[in-house]
Design a protein around this ligand. Structure first.
Ligand code: ZN
Length: 132
């Protein structure tokens, strides 16, 4: 997130707006906001990437801003921080951790059994009987 904001701020706001700091005031504020939200995220370390997070923890204004940052900085991430970008992509494909509500629903619902497998099991390779 911080890396993306740096790219975004660099491209959109320029060094002049930052006055020697790594981020301009607006971006600094957004980063602080993101960190604060993350700290309160109920998923904690298991948090999925924000795009897939079922908890919309960002305010409307911040979400819009973050979306813009991602759209602009996302492709550039690949060039500047390939490992971060790849890790993020992989993270996005990870299954969502069950939310407390979903978990409760799963417990209440009868467990669905997998369909029976009609195909005969592969015959076990029996050792050849000893000759003689
Ligand atoms: Zn900025």
């Amino acid at each position: 997130m911080a890396a993306m904001l740096h790219i975004w701020c660099d491209a959109q706001h320029g060094a002049a707006a930052r006055g020697g700091r790594p981020l301009c005031e607006a971006c600094e504020e957004l980063l602080a906001y993101a960190r604060q939200r993350l700290a309160h995220c109920p998923f904690g370390p298991a948090k999925p990437t924000c795009a897939r997070c079922p908890v919309h923890c960002y305010g409307r204004r911040q979400r819009q801003a973050v979306r813009e940052v991602m759209r602009c900085a996302g492709p550039r991430m690949l060039a500047r921080h390939p490992w971060l970008a790849i890790a993020h992509l992989l993270d996005g494909r990870r299954a969502l951790p069950p939310s407390p509500r979903a978990r409760r629903a799963a417990q209440a619902a009868p467990r669905a059994l997998p369909p029976a497998c009609d195909a005969p099991a592969a015959p076990e390779q029996s050792p050849r009987p000893p000759a003689g």
